[in-house]
Ligand binder design. Structure first.
Ligand code: ATP
Length: 227
């Protein structure tokens, strides 16, 4: 796939998380440098990156030689070795990397990463646990993304009582204080649903709201059930 001329990315640490980040960026046509100290991991990612290098990311000299500073976004995907993750982030920050996204093992690790200058910290295991838990509690919840500690976006299948009704008739905004931001049906998106659109069987609502209101809405859908 051709290289896109806008953003370039470097992904350091090629575990499952780093590898999937690199692969998706590469598939989307971005320039992606991947790096790991383990030559086998570098070898595995060779065909899904624009450059694959074996290096120790805590080695400032090696990082300078690679010109890491020239990448728009650098993802530090080292998790288990917290010391290596922190040192790498420090090195990148010192070198003046524009945007550093770092993976954290736990909250303490995440706090340290922010303190030393990471622009964004991600918690993939925590996020996935949250999604799985929501899906276990309520099979109507297809996906769940936390936007902050208070607000989230949930993907919910419509309950039986909603089919054939409009959003206005369901009065979702007033009854549950949540916003339906899009409606999905068999891969087709309606990204600007109007209050007068009729809801169909198997519609999936993409809903934004406060966690406690989303829970109220989830509970309602679970109680009524879907077809
Ligand atoms: P995942 O949960 O994403 O599968 P993992 O548990 O396999 O991750 P991590 O400990 O998070 O592995 O590390 C990911 C990768 O980071 C490993 O392949 C490891 O070789 C690499 N790595 C660790 N330290 C360094 C370093 N200083 N320089 C370069 N790569 C490193």
């Amino acid at each position: 796939m051709g290289k896109r001329d806008n953003e370039s990315f470097a992904v350091i640490g090629l575990g499952r998380f780093g590898s999937s980040v690199a692969q998706v960026l590469f598939d989307m046509g971005y320039e992606v440098l991947v790096m790991d100290e383990n030559p086998e991991r570098v070898q595995q990612l060779n065909h899904v990156s624009t450059h694959a290098v074996q290096a120790d990311s805590t080695d400032e000299k090696a990082m300078k030689e690679l010109g890491i500073r020239n990448f728009d976004v650098v993802v530090v995907a080292i998790g288990a070795d917290i010391q290596a993750s922190i040192l790498t982030t420090l090195v990148l920050k010192d070198m003046g990397v524009k945007k550093i996204v770092a993976k954290a093992q736990n909250e303490r690790h995440g706090q340290v990463l922010y303190k030393i200058g990471a622009d964004k910290v991600v918690y993939p295991e925590y996020d996935m646990g949250l999604r799985v838990a929501h899906n276990l509690i309520s099979p109507n919840v297809l996906d769940f993304v936390e936007l902050s500690s208070e607000y989230s976006v949930a993907e919910l299948t419509v309950s039986r009582d909603m089919v054939g009704k409009t959003l206005a008739e369901m009065d979702v905004r007033v009854r549950f204080s949540v916003n339906v931001i899009a409606i999905k049906n068999k891969g087709e998106f309606n990204i600007a649903p109007s209050a007068t659109d009729f809801l169909k069987d198997q519609d999936v609502l993409i809903v934004l709201g406060h966690n406690k209101d989303l829970k109220k809405f989830e509970d309602h859908i679970r109680k009524v059930g879907s077809r």
